[in-house]
Design a protein around this ligand. Structure first.
Ligand SMILES: Nc1ncnc2c1ncn2[C@@H]1O[C@H](COP(=O)(O)OP(=O)(O)OP(=O)(O)O)[C@@H](O)[C@H]1O
Length: 614
């Protein structure tokens, strides 16, 4: 019975080999969790490391914070963006610093930079410009990522030029920055530096003007593309009064900001110069810009990648007091391009050949400027900013411009440029062989009189009285011009020249071209002008008239066919241009990708090497 009882009461559980320790059990409350964690020695070490690391990091941050505070208290730091005008000022200023000229670490470029800017002529190079060989000026720029130090007004100063590749839309772009640090507590030093740099820049610009243009693609900004010597207004020969009126109007406009503001009139002025090709429209704008000290911003409405919104943004970025120039505006905006693109897309209209071409372009690429886009830009943005911008537009075909574009308020002054008058021909001849700054339009006899004070109706601004008899030497005279010409003789030759030139038949460019053929022989130019004029007229008539001989059957073309052919040619040319531009863009993108790839590979290698060394 007992054995039975024993067998019943004994538990049927396998005995455990080791007892479970209290430390191995998972703790249930927080204090026991902490006790449990501290019992793990590895974790203890980790915590120590974190605390020590945190302590040192905090110390580092405090030290650096104090350092930067101290640095910012003793240093004045300024950054200049490569696209900004101040960048150019500082480059010009830098180029004038003797210590910079002695620098042994420079970047050399044949690109002109800014105005005259950092173009430093090497010793012995001065004479090159007089040689017949083509000569490109060298620009010495601060090397990239090198810090130059110099002294300015007793203060130590460092200059660093950096460049980085930034992504701009689809395209990459190099952006340059100039960093100037001056060791001083006086912030005015920076202001002085900027003022000095600007003054030097203006002085360097005195005989130059800058031309800016916008680049293709999505880079929506202005780039300095050229610095040109200012052209004297005297070298532009127009019928009396025209040039003077324009200069006075533009100058008066720039000086009357308050007048415009008081009356709530948008402070802008538009000039439309229209007329014969080669009659001096572009030349006059450049000369006027030089006279008024304005830079020219060329807006190419037909440029690939330019659409309404990018045009708007470009115009918004124009600086105060400048000339915006839209050349051959008729090429982009004709009556055929109506305000809504749909109408322009009406390619079936036989009266609308330009419209067809444009519609084709606009259906193929959506990035074209529309007339309404331009009108909106002119109205909205130029009105909003009272910045005194002058718009010049030129065209050969006044009537083909949409009336909305040429109405006052958008194009306030219209100036017609005709083919050369006798007056212009005479003055051109005289000035061509006697290009000094003289009073023109006055006969020698008149110049004797007291009234000849330079304000004759020729309107040329020089106040110098012409000498009664002036010997004019023609360089390397030919057989005909052995004798030196007196001023009077040259005047009478100019009159002869004008007599031989029919009124309003030749452009000034054509007359200039003729004189260029006799540039050292005025007498010969007079002798042959009759023959030349006759021949030109005959050539022109031959081009205009159908040929006298019986045309072959296949040569006969109906006027409609000719028109159609012209249209087809125009379309083909446009399409070809678009394709060319597209291919060009593709090529550029490919090159860019390759370059980026290369740079990335180099960076990766560098990185890899670095890790390896570590
Ligand atoms: N009125 C002028 N006075 C002096 N030179 C002139 C004049 N007109 C033209 N020229 C000369 O002719 C050349 C062409 O002139 P310019 O380019 O200014 O003409 P344009 O009217 O703008 O021609 P286009 O309408 O074809 O653009 C220049 O070299 C310029 O010096």
């Amino acid at each position: 019975m007992a054995s039975n009882a024993t067998s019943v009461t004994e538990p049927n559980v396998a005995p455990t080999s080791t007892p479970i320790s209290s430390a191995d059990t998972v703790p249930l409350n927080i204090s026991s969790i902490i006790t449990f964690l501290f019992s793990l020695s590895a974790l203890r070490d980790w915590l120590k490391l974190i605390l020590i690391g945190g302590f040192f990091e905090t110390c580092r941050q405090i030290v650096f914070g104090l350092y930067y505070k101290m640095v910012s208290a003793f240093w004045v730091n300024a950054y200049f963006d490569g696209h900004d005008a101040c960048y150019d000022w500082l480059m010009v200023w830098l180029s004038k610093q003797p210590s910079w000229k002695r620098s042994r670490d420079v970047q050399i470029s044949t690109q002109t930079y800014g105005a005259k800017s950092s173009a430093i002529t090497l010793d012995g190079e001065e004479n090159h410009s007089s040689s017949l060989k083509s000569f490109r000026k060298l620009s010495y720029l601060p090397s990239l990522s090198v810090t130059y130090s110099l002294w300015y007004k007793g203060c130590y100063m460092t200059i660093t030029r950096t460049q980085e590749q930034v992504q701009n839309g689809w395209f990459g772009e190099k952006e340059q920055t100039l960093n100037i640090s001056i060791l001083t507590r006086n912030r005015d030093i920076l202001v002085h530096l900027l003022q000095e740099a600007r003054t030097e820049y203006i002085a360097a610009q005195e005989h130059h003007m800058c031309i800016f243009a916008h680049m293709d693609g999505w880079n929506n900004g202005w780039t300095h593309v050229a610095s040109r010597s200012k052209r004297s207004l005297n070298s532009i020969i127009l019928d009396p009064g025209i040039k003077e009126m324009l200069v006075e109007d533009a100058r008066g406009f720039l000086e009357s900001k308050a007048w415009y503001a008081e009356r709530g009139i948008p402070f802008r002025r538009g000039y439309l110069l229209w007329g014969a090709p080669g009659s001096g429209k572009s030349s006059l704008i450049h000369a006027l810009a030089g006279e008024l000290g304005l830079d020219i911003y060329v807006v190419s409405l037909g440029k690939a990648g330019l659409d309404d919104s990018s045009l708007n943004s470009l115009i918004n970025q124009l600086p105060e007091r400048c000339i915006a120039l839209m050349e051959d505006i008729d090429a982009a905006f004709t009556t055929e391009l109506t305000r809504d693109n749909e109408a322009a897309n009406d390619s079936k209209n036989p009266q609308n050949p330009g419209g067809s071409a444009l519609s084709l372009a606009s259906t193929q690429t959506n990035n074209r400027v529309t007339l309404s886009g331009l009108l909106n830009t002119l109205d909205a943005d130029w009105h909003a900013h009272q910045l005194g911008r002058i718009l010049f537009a030129t065209t050969n075909k006044f009537s083909s411009l949409d009336p909305a574009l040429r109405r006052p308020g958008r194009m306030d002054v219209h100036i017609e440029f005709k083919l050369a008058s006798k007056y212009q021909a005479r003055e051109l001849f005289y000035r061509f062989f006697h290009p000094g700054d003289v009073v023109t339009g006055i006969d020698d006899d008149e110049s004797d009189s007291d009234e000849s004070d330079g304000s004759s109706d020729s309107g040329y601004s020089s106040r110098d009285k012409p000498e009664k008899v002036q010997l004019i030497e023609i360089e390397t005279p030919t057989v005909h011009d052995k004798d030196k010409l007196t001023n009077g003789k040259l005047r009478s030759l100019a009159n002869e020249f004008a007599d031989a030139i029919p009124e309003h038949e030749f452009s000034m460019a054509a007359l200039q071209g003729y004189l260029m053929m006799h540039k050292t022989a005025p007498l010969q130019a007079i002798e042959q002008v009759g023959i030349w004029s006759q021949k030109e007229k005959e050539d022109r008539a031959a081009k205009d008239q159908p040929t006298q001989h019986e045309p072959r059957k296949e040569d006969v073309k109906l006027p409609e066919e000719t028109e159609k052919e012209k249209l087809e040619k125009e379309i083909t040319q446009r399409v070809e241009k678009e394709v060319r531009e597209h291919l060009e863009r593709e090529r550029f993108e490919k090159e860019l990708m390759e370059r980026i790839e290369k740079e990335m590979t180099a960076k990766m290698e560098e990185l890899f090497n670095g890790q390896h060394i570590c």
